[in-house]
Design a protein around this ligand. Structure first.
Ligand SMILES: [Zn+2]
Ligand SMILES: [Zn+2]
Ligand SMILES: [Zn+2]
Length: 631
């Protein structure tokens, strides 16, 4: 009996202990979970999303476009509401008219405000692809600028006061917006004190200019840039365009790398950008279920989420992009170093020294044997244009070009003329992973052929290419063109081992030469052409000095390159590359020709033009070692 009772008590105690233990475990798990949840949320940045509503001013079907965009905008807002994400809705004057003329749309507008979205301003200045008709320049000055940009001028509608009065119909207290002030702060209405389109990045060093479609880092706000224009204090945030799938993906990468600050994104109420916007919203929602980190522009600035940094008046007033100033034309400050200023270098340092970056133009000459004759004619066109503009090219040849140029006396003479003009003769190589392999490899014959087969398993490749030798054989061949050869693009972004000993100044590392050394970036990104420094890396026991280029071979790349070029200065080098290919179906060379016309406008005598080797050997740029590799 006693024993039974003891057993009973023991069992009860055990049971209580077990239950207590379970409660304890559950408690700890829940506590940890809540803690982690809080921790994860507090560990992501704040963010804003701005939506630009375009003016479609003086465009055919402009009104219909606004109508369609309006319906889309409503859907975009609805989706944000579902996730409790606040938007900053930026309207042009054309939209202010469109909304305020309909009671139904005014009711929509009021519901958006109630939901917490901010009503802000959007302006397309006289420098934009589609001017909205408002400016504080005179009508004549504005029209002159439009013509200068190759446009038939849109109709002039009024001053910035007229513009802001339109906007006040939809928000009497309007104070934020994107007013296209990247080029020239004169396009800023007095009322707009919080702006997102200064062109300045809000991370790292103050006053750096970054494009908002090329650099996803542009959305990273570590601080607010603060400055005065027309005696009014302005505060600038920065955004990145999440307007394509690829861009919104890169925005996600940058967002995920941040654990504080504010990430700024922008898109338009345009059908073909909507899908990417929805994807980005999904992403934000997955990181921030309740939308706790979402803010409008004014909220971010007024709640002091970010530290403020003061920017000098000089930097603000520097017209960074379009060399246009009606009042100063012909005087110091017009961004043109004219004859008189040139004759006396101290007269106007601002015009004669400042401004534009050095640049190089690399021409890759491809190994397709059947196109050699055709491509040679294209190459001659490129060289002729460069000669006319006083520019130097870096001509990078693949192995089939060597015999092609040397076996014919006329072509051989042509090559000599290129050298005499100062163009650099450099190397180009296609490894076994490229559609047309040049037959050389750093691997042995058996390995190279096996690698070729492997590489061509799931993609098309030119067949029947035989092994020609290793990379030192390749160099022996190339040296027939230039004994001193030391620069080139050797396809080394895939295999660094493909660099022969002689090539110490390569251009195809895959690394960007700005930001953190060792960061990979693709050639189709126009920011990639920006060289703030030279990247150093030792390959096969030899120190290599890398420059970077952007590839101008496609529609749209030239405009992107101009946008980046305009943000740069004489401390930097802009690198471009293209192919001597201009076949009926593949007009790649057209884009570099177009960009050369642009460079010629910026640099009429070609004095900023350099070859790859000249840039490296003249110490134009600082050199940086790679500490970590950033994919
Ligand atoms: Zn716009
Ligand atoms: Zn190429
Ligand atoms: Zn190539």
């Amino acid at each position: 009996m006693d024993e039974q009772q003891n057993n009973y008590i023991n069992n009860t105690i055990k049971l209580i202990l077990i239950i207590f233990g379970i409660i304890l475990v559950i408690g700890v798990i829940t506590g940890t979970w809540i803690y982690l949840q809080k921790f994860t949320i507090s560990n992501i940045p704040y963010y804003f999303i701005a939506i630009h509503n375009e003016p479609y001013h003086d465009e055919s079907g402009g009104t219909e476009k606004i109508e369609a965009s309006y319906l889309l905008l409503k859907q975009m807002i609805e989706k944000a509401d579902e996730y409790n994400i606040k938007l900053t809705l930026m309207f042009t004057a054309q939209w202010a008219d469109y909304i305020s003329e309909s009671p139904e749309r005014v009711a929509d507008l009021e519901s958006w405000k109630k939901q917490g979205h901010e009503i802000a301003a959007h302006h397309h200045s006289i420098y934009h692809g589609n001017w909205d008709g408002y400016t504080d320049y005179t009508e004549e000055e504005a029209i002159a600028q439009r013509i200068k940009q190759g446009k038939i001028s849109e109709k002039y509608l009024g001053t910035l006061t007229d513009y802001i009065n339109k906007l006040k119909k939809i928000n009497p207290d309007i104070k934020s917006g994107c007013v296209n002030d990247e080029h020239d702060k004169k396009v800023m209405p007095d009322e707009i004190v919080y702006d997102t389109c200064s062109g300045f990045a809000n991370f790292g060093e103050l006053g750096q200019l970054f494009g908002d479609s090329n650099s996803p880092e542009k959305g990273n706000n570590e601080y607010i840039t603060v400055g005065e224009y027309k005696n009014i204090q302005r505060k600038w945030l920065a955004h990145y365009q999440i307007t394509t799938d690829e861009r919104q993906n890169s925005a996600q990468v940058v967002f995920s790398s941040m654990n504080s600050g504010v990430y700024g994104a922008v898109t338009h109420s345009i059908q073909n950008q909507a899908e990417s916007y929805y994807k980005f919203l999904e992403f934000l929602h997955s990181k921030d279920l309740a939308g706790e980190k979402s803010r409008t522009i004014s909220e971010i600035i007024e709640s002091k989420l970010l530290p403020e940094k003061l920017i000098s008046e000089k930097l603000i007033n520097k017209k960074t992009q379009t060399p246009y100033s009606s009042k100063k034309q012909g005087m110091c400050g017009d961004f043109i170093c004219d004859e008189i200023e040139k004759a006396n270098s101290n007269l106007c340092r601002e015009d004669c020294e400042n401004n534009i970056p050095y640049y190089f133009i690399a021409i890759h000459n491809e190994p397709r044997v059947e196109d050699l004759e055709e491509n040679y004619q294209t190459l001659k066109t490129l060289v002729l244009k460069a000669n006319n503009y006083g520019m130097k090219l870096t001509l990078m040849f693949t192995s089939p070009w060597v015999d092609f140029l040397l076996e014919d006396p006329i072509r051989k003479e042509e090559l000599e003329k290129w050298k005499q003009k100062g163009h650099e003769i450099a190397a180009h190589h296609h490894g076994y992973g490229v559609y047309v392999w040049d037959g050389y490899s750093y691997e042995s014959e058996a390995d190279a052929l096996a690698s070729r087969e492997e590489a061509c398993k799931d993609k098309p490749c030119r067949e029947n290419i035989s092994y020609n030798g290793d990379m030192e054989d390749y160099m022996i061949k190339l040296k027939q063109l230039n004994l001193e050869i030391k620069s080139g693009c050797l396809n080394e972004e895939r295999e660094k081992d493909s660099l022969p000993n002689a090539i110490i100044y390569p251009t195809c590392s895959g690394f960007a030469n700005f930001g953190t050394p060792g960061t990979y970036s693709i050639d189709l990104n126009q920011e990639k052409g920006r060289n703030d420094f030279i990247t150093l890396e030792t390959i096969n026991k030899i120190e290599r000095k890398w420059l970077a280029h952007t590839a101008l071979l496609k529609e749209g790349t030239v405009q992107g390159a101009k946008d980046v070029f305009w943000t740069m200065n004489s401390q930097q080098v802009y690198g471009t590359a293209s192919h001597s290919v201009s076949l009926p179906l593949d007009k790649q060379a057209e884009y570099i020709l177009e960009f050369m016309d642009f460079l010629h406008e910026q640099d009429p005598t070609g004095e900023k033009s350099r070859t790859v080797t000249e840039i490296i050997e003249s110490n134009l740029l600082p050199e940086k070692e790679i500490e970590i590799y950033v994919k």
